[in-house]
Design a protein around this ligand. Structure first.
Ligand code: FCB
Length: 453
């Protein structure tokens, strides 16, 4: 694989980030926890979706995953060994409130108590995400995110977690990647709950945004001290050619993936051109919804992996793009991350902004107990440099978190695609730091040394 971008040295990179920068690793509940039916946990839509024949590439599921629930203490030690100051995780709603409303599950809550306390004991800030996709199946049975009432259920869940953990977490995120829930889950049907309707996807996206705004308001009314925000998956969109139809397509693709979410959150309005484009599929919006959605954000999280090439004639063939690809078939283009951040800063008034996920899947053979993953290290180096470049251009960047701490259940790709900086042997659950983890640890040590700490 050819690697076009020169990677900065560790010393060069470390010198580009300020003393108060947030450095983390990220995971999510369904992808690592396992213990799918233990201690009173309810069924989630991903538990159910994994049972659909053909839904998951390797016909796997999250029943065991990384067995994190049973390995909490050693996984916390693993996180601490990297030298990060932040850990981004999610709570599984059906683990703490099995039916998505009503009774709470004390054993599930106690697990997250131990997680949060264990992080604090190790000097690591807990960053909690409430919704990383594993909606209680019982709520799906009532229509899931297509049902406006789910937003009210989400507020109760958010407030419950605030009352239990709010005194100890540094940050609370409402949703991870609402576009994915809406489009992959309800329009393309390749993620849970597997529906295929554009109108449904658009209405779901509206209910997710509404639930976000309602939750932020409720959390503030509860006196939350954690910083409150939301995580969007955003890519820079470029037209595949100078043809007018590709330029028009780029405006639509950018509108549906980026402006559709950022405009209501930061401006309190949906983009007019996209409302027109959607026609009869435009969402039902009640009076006051948009003001509700546009609550002040303490921070914005961006998950970025690649760029998007817009082409009117159909999906862009990445093989013609001339860029190296990850194992997911995603183009590696660090300049795109700078372009994205600078564009957001130019077009909107950004709150402190974090890269809440960035990383890559690469083939990771274990040789003599070691995992040499130079492609991943290079990916991380060049994307961190892209963030530093955006900071120099004035973008209010406050942190960067690697996806992921360890290999895990990669949704419809199952366990075949490995994003971790720590290798997981699923037969033995043994964790092995890949070279990229050793490199990240070295970067963080160099950065800390620069602060004289
Ligand atoms: C993001 C998800 C995360 C992980 C990465 C590769 O869309 O938030 O859970 O699967 O992609």
């Amino acid at each position: 694989m050819s690697l076009p971008n020169a990677a900065p040295s560790t010393a060069e990179l470390a010198a580009q980030f300020p003393a108060d920068f947030t450095w983390g690793v990220a995971t999510s509940s369904f992808q690592i926890e396992g213990a799918a039916t233990e201690d009173g946990k309810g069924e989630s839509i991903w538990d159910r979706f994994c049972r659909v024949p053909g839904a998951i590439a390797d016909a796997s599921n999250g029943d065991v995953a990384c067995d994190h629930v049973h390995r909490l203490e050693s996984d916390l030690d693993l996180i601490a060994s990297l030298g990060v100051n932040t850990y981004r995780f999610s709570t599984a709603w059906p683990r703490v409130q099995p039916l998505g409303h009503g009774a709470w599950n004390e054993k599930g809550l106690a697990f997250y108590d131990r997680l949060v306390d264990g992080l604090l004991a190790r000097g690591i800030q807990p960053w909690l995400t409430l919704n990383h996709w594993d909606l209680p199946q019982a709520l799906q049975d009532q229509g899931g995110w297509l049902n406006r009432d789910t937003a009210a259920r989400f507020v109760d869940y958010a407030v419950g977690m605030q009352r239990r953990l709010g005194d100890r977490v540094a940050s609370i995120c409402t949703h991870n990647e609402p576009w994915v829930i809406a489009v992959l889950g309800h329009e393309l049907g390749v993620f849970a709950p597997g529906q295929k309707s554009r109108a449904a996807a658009i209405q779901v996206s509206h209910h997710l945004l509404l639930a976000h705004g309602m939750a932020l308001q409720a959390l503030r009314a509860e006196g939350a001290t954690a910083k409150l925000g939301i995580v969007l998956n955003l890519s820079p969109t470029y037209p595949a050619s100078n043809k007018p139809e590709d330029i028009a397509q780029a405006r639509i693709d950018d509108g549906r993936s980026l402006r559709w979410f950022v405009d209501p959150l930061l401006r309190g309005e949906y983009p007019v051109d996209i409302l027109e484009h959607l026609g009869a599929d435009a969402p039902q919006v009640q009076p006051g919804d948009l003001a509700q959605i546009a609550q002040p954000l303490d921070w914005l999280g961006i998950n970025n992996y690649s760029r998007h090439m817009a082409q009117a004639s159909g999906p862009f063939d990445v093989k013609t793009g001339g860029l190296p690809l990850t194992e997911m078939g995603w183009e590696i283009y660090p300049q795109g991350l700078t372009d994205l951040l600078v564009r957001l800063h130019t077009d909107y008034s950004l709150p402190p902004t974090y890269i809440t996920e960035n990383g890559g899947a690469f083939p990771d053979p274990v040789t003599d107990g070691q995992v040499h993953d130079p492609d991943r290290t290079h990916y991380l180096q060049t994307h961190m440099a892209a963030v530093a470049q955006a900071m120099r251009q004035g973008v209010p960047m406050a942190g960067y978190m690697v996806w992921s701490l360890m290999d895990n259940f990669e949704w419809s790709s199952g366990y075949a695609k490995r994003f971790g900086i720590v290798h997981v042997d699923y037969a033995t659950q043994q964790r092995t730091l890949k070279d990229s983890a050793h490199w990240y640890r070295g970067l963080l040590a160099a950065w800390r040394a620069n602060q004289g700490a």
